[in-house]
Design a protein around this ligand. Structure first.
Ligand SMILES: O=C(O)/C=C/C(=O)CC(=O)CC(=O)O
Ligand SMILES: [Ca+2]
Ligand SMILES: [Mg+2]
Length: 403
């Protein structure tokens, strides 16, 4: 039960209660603003700041996304969050705030921030082991570097899209091992990857030391790293994922502030062999986030984020340890979240074991990889304070015919 109530009279189990307050960008007609969600409503932040209800140093005024606010830094984030809790909590402000609220259903949810660089990690031990077995059956499943550094690759920032955006089936080169030559055509093995993405707010001019994670990272979103397995298998040796993953990457419209995830912090995994000093945190922690993957409405998997081997702080420290700077809007995804059980896997290539074990959906049809018209929706919740739950909302997308 949530002890701190809101005058909006939300149910105790509302995933968008007063302890969450995720940020978004939204539009109506040709206008775009930033907002914060409470229940099924959005408070227009530019309007609140413009009327003097909120002091964010101009971070919301005239802004169509969260980049300026994200760059303002933790003291501003904390001050705004505290003030929003007051405005949306205590009924004292109802008269001033109520006219600035919109229904979620009445607005167009936009990409919440402009994505600077996009990086994707590979931090689930179970996922890395499964894909090793499937892609490299004759080799050791886990490659020798895996326990020493968070393996990752740079993806394509410009094709990150907001939930609800269609995903045309990608075309490209593919060649099965028993075929003599590659052919060009639509992917026949289109897959998903359920992940959690972390967003950099405060830029750095070089390495971000591991213990500075909270000073730089603003919040988290859900990610679907759509993956064309046939394109990927043929193209990605030895340089890594390329066109098989760069056609679209979908994210949820809500950026859950790191502060809303305090109650979800969980001890980090034990790491053997011990990691190098730059990857050792004073407070080694991950997050307990329970993910659910639905395929045309049927729940097919529940990946547990708490089991990830590498933490978001380690990932950011590693990502910049060579002297690369971090920029506002940098998005780095966790890597596919898979747990040890078959119904905890974050990709369908694992869930159906490369198509060998089709799964049945509630409508009686079966699936291995995605068909045109299929919709995948990934949702997640995390523990909040006082027994509440923090909702991430969803990242959804429908596969359409090749363009
Ligand atoms: O192990 C491989 O050969 C391939 C792995 C992936 O495709 C996964 C990837 O994109 C990273 C991740 O999401 O964990
Ligand atoms: Ca991925
Ligand atoms: Mg992608």
């Amino acid at each position: 039960m949530s002890t701190e109530a809101s005058w909006l009279e939300l149910a105790d189990d509302d995933p968008f209660g007063i302890h969450n307050l995720p940020y978004c960008a939204f539009g109506q007609d040709r206008f775009r603003w930033t907002g914060v969600r409470i229940g099924d409503r959005i408070l227009n932040l530019a309007a609140a700041e413009g009327r003097g209800l909120l002091d964010a140093g101009g971070a919301f005024l005239g802004q169509s996304n969260l980049n300026r606010f994200m760059s303002a830094g933790r003291p501003v984030w904390a001050r705004v969050r505290e003030r929003l809790t007051e405005l949306l909590g205590s009924g004292r402000h109802r008269e001033a705030v109520e006219p600035l609220l919109l229904s979620v259903g009445d607005v167009r949810l936009e990409l919440p921030f402009e994505v600077a660089d996009y990086v994707d990690f590979y931090s689930s031990l179970e996922h890395a082991t499964n894909l090793g077995r499937l892609f490299r059956p004759d080799a050791e499943a886990l490659l020798p570097n895996w326990r020493h550094l968070p393996v990752g690759y740079h993806g394509r920032a410009g094709t990150v899209v907001v939930s609800g955006t269609d995903v045309p089936r990608p075309s490209g080169q593919r060649k099965a091992p028993d075929e003599p030559a590659p052919a060009y055509g639509p992917s026949a093995r289109l897959d998903i990857e359920a992940e959690v993405g972390f967003v950099v707010g405060v830029p750095s001019d070089g390495p971000v030391p591991i213990d500075d994670f909270r000073a730089h990272v603003f919040g988290a979103v859900l990610v679907n790293d759509w993956s064309a397995r046939d394109l990927q298998a043929w193209e990605y040796v030895p340089l890594g994922p390329f066109l098989g993953k760069s056609f679209r990457t979908s994210i949820s419209p809500w950026v859950v502030p790191l502060d809303a995830l305090d109650a979800a912090r969980a001890p980090g995994p034990e790491q053997q062999p011990p990691v190098l000093p730059y990857l050792r945190a004073a407070d080694h922690h991950g997050y307990e986030i329970d993910i659910e993957v639905r395929w045309n409405g049927t729940t097919v998997s529940r990946p547990p984020f708490a089991g990830m081997y590498w933490t978001p702080a380690q990932q950011l420290a590693h990502l910049t340890v060579n002297g690369a700077w971090a920029r506002t809007g940098d998005l780095y995804a966790s890597g596919t979240v898979s747990g040890p059980e078959p119904d905890q896997t974050g990709s369908f290539i694992e869930r159906t074991w490369n198509g060998a074990r089709p799964i049945q959906l509630d409508d009686g049809t079966t699936r291995t990889f995605l068909l045109d018209g299929d919709t995948v929706a990934i949702t997640a919740t995390a523990p909040g304070p006082d027994g509440s739950r923090i909702g991430f909302g969803e990242v959804a997308g429908t596969v359409t015919k090749p363009e």
